[in-house]
Design a protein around this ligand. Structure first.
Ligand SMILES: Nc1ncnc2c1ncn2[C@@H]1O[C@H](COP(=O)(O)OP(=O)(O)OP(=O)(O)O)[C@@H](O)[C@H]1O
Ligand SMILES: [Mg+2]
Length: 235
């Protein structure tokens, strides 16, 4: 494993990032230990998952807009980086040469940058692919064994069956020495065997197990009784 702990120093500025649940809880932890090659961050919208995985990615040497490790892509994406990476310390062994930071939010711009860089033939552009196809194509090119992979909502654009295929690919890459840090809402992605699931709520940042993760519990309840669940929500 390349990253074995994520520590957050006391943040010395007064920006909004201090108020995010992910940041508040990490600040009081004596480092979040990553003890399995796959770590998931789950939690409600706005919990700070993207802010946290982005900061970890930047601290590890990825471009903030997403892309391969140690690569600067000339994207047109407006930089939206928070200042959080400044306060992050990563522990582990030397970071790999291989790795990819996938951000659902900037995937399209990153793909544009690749087009400019890699293809003379516009017929091969990933813009001619559907959203899900281009995500799988990028991951197919960049996820290969012993690297560091940081994904923010990789399920975005993927069919349920393709998500299952991605889970299997992640499992294979882990067997070849890969490490994954993933923010997700998908109960399917969370099914990677033995993964650590860190749930972020207003009350804390704690490890949970698959069957107790909110995304899994809520999906199960819904699928068992869609009509009843909707009625309950409307009331
Ligand atoms: N410049 C900013 N000023 C104030 N608040 C901001 C700024 N940028 C982001 N935020 C807030 O930070 C919060 C955390 O955002 P973040 O994208 O990390 O959440 P998330 O857990 O990834 O949510 P989601 O599940 O919806 O992707 C959001 O509520 C957002 O409005
Ligand atoms: Mg997010």
């Amino acid at each position: 494993m390349f990253i074995t702990s994520v520590r957050l120093d006391h943040i010395k500025d007064e920006s909004y990032i201090r108020t995010l649940p992910a940041v508040r809880h990490l600040e009081v932890l004596d480092g979040l230990r990553l003890h399995h090659p796959v770590t998931f961050f789950v939690g409600d919208n706005g919990a700070g998952k993207s802010t946290l995985v982005e900061a970890i990615a930047i601290a590890a040497g990825f471009p903030g807009t997403g892309g391969p490790i140690r690569e600067v892509l000339p994207t047109s994406a407006v930089p939206t980086e928070s200042a959080l990476s400044r306060w992050i310390t990563l522990r582990g062994r030397e970071l790999p040469l291989r790795g990819y930071f996938l951000r659902a939010e900037t995937h399209y711009d990153t793909v544009s940058a690749f087009d400019n860089k890699q293809w003379a033939d516009p017929a091969e552009s990933r813009h001619l692919m559907s959203h899900g196809e281009s995500v799988l194509s990028v991951l197919g090119d960049h996820v290969d064994g012993a690297g560091l992979y940081i994904f923010d909502e990789p399920e975005s654009g993927l069919s349920i069956v393709r998500q299952m295929a991605l889970v299997a690919e992640i499992q294979q890459a882990v067997q070849r020495g890969g490490q994954f840090i993933i923010a997700t809402h998908s109960p399917i992605m969370l099914a990677v065997p033995d993964a650590t699931i860190v749930e972020i709520t207003e009350d804390g940042m704690v490890e949970t197990v698959y069957d107790e993760a909110e995304a899994v519990v809520a999906t199960r309840e819904f699928l068992e009784d869609p009509e009843g669940t909707l009625k309950y929500i409307l009331e």
